[in-house]
Design a protein. Sequence first.
Length: 88
Amino acid sequence: MKPLNYAILKYFTKVEEASADDVIEALKGEYGNFKALNKKEVISALMTAEANCLLEETRFEMDDKGELKVYYRANEDGAATINKYIKD
């Protein structure tokens, strides 16, 4: 099993775009018992990955609860870097 942050990054190499909620839903089967698999920590991981040019923001919207939902994607260079250092 990969560290959670690695799994989060690797997830973005397999989808077109995703939000923090999408990441949590996708990883909860394998990482559901990890304390860090919560919205606050996943958003922090996504923002860190964006600051390090591994992910980029694609769009945002308000969800049905009135909370901002930000979507990210791994661009070509970001995905190549992720795949270079994090193997399946």
